[in-house]
Design a protein around this ligand. Structure first.
Ligand SMILES: NC(=O)C1=CN([C@@H]2O[C@H](COP(=O)(O)OP(=O)(O)OC[C@H]3O[C@@H](n4cnc5c(N)ncnc54)[C@H](O)[C@@H]3O)[C@@H](O)[C@H]2O)C=CC1
Ligand SMILES: O=C([O-])CC(=O)C(=O)O
Length: 270
């Protein structure tokens, strides 16, 4: 491998981390090396571990791998420490657990560290599409952004949805939450990270409206985004296939991270 290779470290070996690693192994993008994966128990042997990737036990072990890009797919609690460690190690930082940015001070802190280090915090579109159009449209001014997240009841199990409705008894779609992106991302960190992505790309966490729906007829995880503004009107509808090992997370989230990684090393960026 040459000195110009992009050395990537994944933080988290769950549904998304494993899918990203498998896609990189399949696609073998030029100039991309999966240098390491951070896990909580580095001693455990894990089937399917990527060839040549080091096990990283904690943020202190990051700099030794000389990463160019650290991709977080572990959970909200991992974002601050791994983001700081990535930027201190001279890497860009791409967090998937964007619900962490309901704490606006955390994003400001990482942004300041990125500026000081000459690096970037890169936010992939996650489970969503149309973020490029939304972010472009926001430059002229948006009047309204509404994002509806529809998942089967099983995908809401173990979340605050259980306090708001009887998931097992549903026979028709139920909108169990309608509020701001700030509230959605704060209260549903496993299911509404994209709410914060929509908000950051558009009109912010306080003005972006989010509806969360449990639908017993849903085959996958749907995202419906509608925005109006001086640019015109946009409507995006996605029916995402869930990841096999975590029904809460969409396949598209892993694909968006693979795209981000490949683009950091590509000659032509799309
Ligand atoms: N941006 C987006 O659109 C989306 C973001 N997500 C978020 O991405 C994250 C990962 O999702 P999944 O892979 O589906 O979750 P998962 O629960 O399958 O995997 C997370 C893994 O990270 C590990 N982990 C947790 N804290 C860690 C730490 N400090 N260091 C090392 N490993 C740690 C866990 O043990 C687990 O193996 C979650 O926060 C999820 O909510 C999920 C879907 C969409
Ligand atoms: O993967 C999805 O469809 C969305 C999701 O879980 C999240 O934003 O946290």
């Amino acid at each position: 491998m040459s000195g110009s290779d992009l050395r990537v470290v994944l933080v988290g070996w769950g549904a998304i981390g494993q899918r990203v690693a498998a896609l990189l192994a399949e696609r073998r993008p030029p100039r991309v090396v999966l240098a390491g994966v951070a896990v909580r128990d580095a001693g455990v042997v894990r089937p399917g571990w990527p060839a040549g990737a080091a096990r990283v036990a904690g943020p202190d072990g990051l700099a030794a791998l000389a990463p160019g890009l650290v991709v977080e797919c572990a959970g909200r609690a991992a974002v601050m420490d791994w983001g700081r460690a990535a930027l201190a190690a001279g890497a860009d930082f791409a967090p998937a657990s964007t619900s962490a940015f309901t704490d606006g001070a955390l994003l400001a802190d990482l942004a300041a560290r990125a500026t000081a280090a000459g690096r970037q915090v890169l936010i992939a579109p996650g489970a969503l599409g149309g973020i490029d159009a939304l972010a472009a449209a926001a430059r002229l001014g948006l009047a309204e952004v509404r994002h509806e997240i529809v998942k089967p009841p099983a995908a809401w199990a173990g979340t605050a949805a259980e306090k708001l409705c009887d998931l097992a008894a549903l026979t028709a779609p139920l909108t169990f939450f309608d509020g701001t992106a700030a509230e959605a991302a704060r209260d549903f960190p496993q299911n509404a990270n994209v709410a914060m992505i929509t908000a950051l790309a558009g009109i912010g966490p306080a003005r972006t409206r989010i509806a969360l729906v449990a639908d017993p007829g849903a085959a996958g995880n749907a995202h419906r985004l509608r925005a109006t503004g001086d640019f015109g009107t946009m409507t995006i509808a996605l029916e995402n296939r869930p990841l096999a090992t975590n029904p809460k997370s969409s396949e598209l989230t892993a694909l968006a991270l693979v795209r981000l990684i490949e683009n950091r090393a590509a000659a032509v960026v799309l």
